[in-house]
Design a protein around this ligand. Structure first.
Ligand SMILES: [Zn+2]
Length: 96
């Protein structure tokens, strides 16, 4: 795997969304490439720092319900039928 390929799928690697073979290929590349390793480590460190400093807000169930309905309505034309329902997607947002 080359640097440009790693950079293209770095977000998926960071979010742990790659298949096992691609995850292994990225890990092998990161082992031998200090540039890509530094880039990904920087992002992971930043995510970790943000998560450690931001406390999840307590939202009322009705707020979550209204927000989900609004997002579904706004994104309806952009969601592919094979994608999981919006309510099933787990976003790493600082809300509980
Ligand atoms: Zn590289």
């Amino acid at each position: 795997m080359q640097c440009d390929e790693v950079q293209r799928i770095a977000d998926l690697y960071i979010d742990n969304l790659l298949d096992e073979e691609s995850m292994s290929a990225v890990k092998r590349h990161l082992f031998i490439c200090p540039t890509c390793n530094h880039d990904i480590e920087t992002v992971l460190t930043t995510i970790s720092l943000i998560r450690s400093q931001v406390q999840p807000e307590q939202l009322s169930p009705s707020f979550k319900e209204r927000t989900t309905a609004m997002l579904l309505d706004k994104l309806r034309d952009h969601l592919h039928p094979s994608q999981p329902a919006l309510s099933a997607i787990q976003w790493p947002l600082p809300i509980d």
